[in-house]
Design a protein around this ligand. Structure first.
Ligand code: GRF
Length: 195
């Protein structure tokens, strides 16, 4: 529901939750006029789930299993999202591909952050791939999610240079710094119609 005063967001994570942390912090400080209503994960052991609980944010875990179609997980997740009156779904390191049916249900209301300048280096190893390719720079992309992986209308990008002695770790650190700056700021613009 674009334009509401403090849209309710669900943050979807699988891992560390660094971006999630920044978003929660920005909501609480008022820099991001939104409410983190729930954190959803496919991984019960994700450090981000623990962090969300310590921050007293409601969490919901839907365990993915090989023998179970992902649509069953997505239907659990969709139920929670609808019941909690969520306006926006914010992907922050959620390592599952969303099915076209899920995307259709929430079309235009799912945002993702990717650690490269899309359309360059899509996929799960974007930082490593940029380094291996010998690129001079890479970066961060924030986009609306469509049916394709790491694809959809781009709403913000920031370049990050690749330095001569960069390792995957040092580059990842600078990319994450850029992400943590860019994500809350871009969400604020998106939710409040400045984009
Ligand atoms: C980030 O690099 C994000 O771009 C990618 O997954 C990573 C998640 O990191 N989609 P964190 O869990 O937010 O620290």
């Amino acid at each position: 529901m674009r334009g509401s005063d403090r849209p309710r967001i669900a943050i979807l994570i699988s891992g560390t939750g660094g971006n999630m942390d920044e978003i929660i912090r920005s909501c609480r400080s008022g820099q991001l006029e939104a409410e983190t209503a729930i954190v959803i994960s496919d991984n019960p052991d994700a450090p981000g789930v623990k962090k969300a609980r310590s921050a007293r944010i409601e969490t919901f875990v839907s365990r993915y299993r090989k023998e179970r179609p992902r649509e069953e997980n997505e239907s659990e997740i969709a139920d929670v999202i609808v019941k909690r009156g969520i306006d926006w779904i914010v992907l922050a390191g959620f390592m599952r591909v969303l099915s076209p049916g899920f995307v259709k249900m929430f079309r235009g209301r799912i945002v993702n952050i990717h650690p490269a300048l899309l359309p360059s280096f899509p996929g799960a190893h974007a930082i490593r791939d940029a380094l291996k390719a010998g690129a001079d720079f890479t970066g961060v992309t924030i986009h609306i999610v469509d049916e394709l992986v790491d694809h959809g209308p781009i709403i913000a990008q920031e370049e990050v240079p690749i330095l001569p002695n960069d390792t995957e770790e040092s580059l990842a650190e600078r990319i994450h710094e850029a992400e943590h700056r860019l994500y809350p700021r871009t969400l604020q613009q998106l939710f409040h119609d400045d984009i």
